[in-house]
Design a protein around this ligand. Structure first.
Ligand code: GDP
Ligand code: IMO
Ligand code: MG
Length: 429
């Protein structure tokens, strides 16, 4: 038995889907423990692009258990549409299990997400507007509706009535927007309930059975370390804990079951939405733009252009500590193939003072300047390389520095979106 947490070490979209799919070849189960349809994970197999939002990235194999844990917020319409989309592509999702304790995203969550963002104006977070934050707000406020409630029509009808009254008051009186009609929402969700019913289970028990049977389990992080509600660049974060600790809480297993934690790292940095970004490149015809265009850095869910910048290896050191990372999976190294010079941030400074940590205060963070090291590029197409030794020397130097500054061993190097475009330095399962 072995279990591996795979999570984002930066601000998301690092290629978690690709790495999870790769590792899933030797796993028995893939478990999502946080986030919801704000995630957009891409898996490419035989040049077919699968975009997954709620479905775990193990669904492309028909012999793996795929779990949506209690820490995930479920938008029934989205997950059912994904299941239907997979069916059209000949992929069967009957091995999906959804936690009876997961919270349900309702239409008023989505509407409130939009209204809150509009009201924030210049201070907006830049959310995916999927209702994720408002759903987690209800969970913490202990008024949320769980999957187990949705499975009981009378309980659901009751809870929906109370919630809708409260939310409609906010929507109409505070935001002056249109209220939701109770009967319409009730009808829509009771129909979802029947479609979801076959997938619903006590996933904590499912996890226990997997571990008791000695199975290999992958935990698939969504979002990323610096979008973590506690450890990220608050308030420009998501409303859950993508960090490794939540792999346990969000799926109902104890910490002794975790063997390895892999931090997925893009070979540069991107961020979608607002918030600090120390190594951001703001040029329109320089390296920032080159990375965006070469890497097609546009959001999987929203299509928004991603903000691009050099790799911040100082952040990775922080990520390593927060998540107990023992291996890095570096992705998209190939996107840097044609960069003559590549920079990496190896530390932070304010004036002449070199910082030992990342400041919590955004006001202080705004004064931070990156300490860059410059590397010669390799100016070679590496996408066909499958063996570490065959990588150009300059690429190896760049990788070694990432490992050195972060303090974490390299486990996987990804040189393309396809499953086979993967260089393995450490077998984890
Ligand atoms: P996730 O949210 O962390 O799963 O990442 P996304 O799927 O949002 O974004 C990563 C993008 O990079 C996807 O389009 C992947 O297919 C792609 N990708 C992953 N690894 C590599 C790689 O090594 N090279 C290239 N060129 N693309 C990659
Ligand atoms: P994956 O799993 C990148 C960002 C949003 C916004 C902030 C809050 O594909 O890496 P939310 O809708 O969660 O309340 O938005 O978090 N964000 C992501 N950015 N990748 C993601 O997921 C993200 N999920 C949320 O852009 O800045
Ligand atoms: Mg993504």
């Amino acid at each position: 038995m072995s279990s591996v947490v795979v999570l984002g070490a930066q601000w998301g979209d690092e290629g978690k889907g690709k790495i999870v799919d790769y590792l899933a070849q030797k796993a028995d189960a893939v478990v999502r423990y946080s986030g919801g349809s704000n995630a957009g994970h891409t898996v490419v197999v035989n040049n077919i692009n699968y975009k997954l939002r709620l479905l775990p990235s193990g669904v492309l194999f028909n012999d793996k258990t795929n779990v949506l844990g209690n820490g995930v917020v479920i938008n029934p319409g989205v997950v059912l549409a994904e299941i239907a989309g997979m069916k059209e592509k000949g992929i069967d999702c009957s091995n999906l299990v959804i936690s009876d304790r997961a919270h349900v995203v309702l239409p008023y969550h989505q509407r409130l997400d939009e209204l809150q963002e509009e009201a924030l104006g210049n201070h907006k977070i830049g959310t995916t507007k999927g209702g994720i934050g408002p759903c987690y707000m209800d969970k913490v406020a202990r008024v949320g509706i769980r999957i187990c409630d949705l499975m009981e029509p009378e309980t659901f009808a009751d809870k929906l009535k109370v919630n809708l009254e409260a939310k409609n008051a906010i929507i109409t009186k505070i935001y002056g927007a249109e209220p939701f009609d109770y009967d319409t929402v009730l009808k829509e969700y009771l129909a979802y309930a029947e479609e979801l019913r076959p997938y619903v289970a006590d996933t904590g028990v499912v996890m226990d059975e997997l571990f008791s049977a000695g199975k290999n389990v992958l935990f698939e992080g969504a979002q990323a370390t610096f979008l973590d509600i506690d450890h990220g660049t608050y308030p420009y974060v998501t409303s859950s804990n993508p960090t490794a600790g939540n792999a346990c809480t969000g799926s109902g297993v104890g910490p002794r079951f975790i063997d390895h934690v892999v931090g997925v790292v893009k070979a540069y940095t991107t961020r979608v939405g607002e918030g600090p970004f120390i190594t951001e490149l703001l040029d329109t015809d320089g390296p920032g733009n080159q990375i965006r265009e070469t890497g097609h850095e546009y959001g999987t869910v929203t299509g928004r252009p991603r903000r691009c910048g050099w790799l911040d290896a100082f952040m990775l050191r922080y990520s390593a500590r927060l998540n107990s990372l023992d291996y890095l999976a570096i992705t998209r190294l190939d996107i840097l193939d044609q960069m003559p010079k590549i920079k990496m941030c190896v530390g932070y400074k304010i004036g002449d003072e070199v910082l030992k940590r990342i400041p919590a205060s955004l006001n202080v963070l705004a004064k931070v300047e990156p300490i860059f090291e410059e590397f010669d590029g390799w100016m070679t197409d590496i996408s066909g390389i499958r063996n570490y030794d065959e990588l150009p020397e300059n690429a190896k130097k760049y990788l070694a520095k990432i490992s050195d500054v972060s303090g974490v061993e390299l486990g996987i190097i990804s040189v393309g979106p396809n499953r086979e475009q993967t260089i393995v330095l450490k077998e984890l399962l």
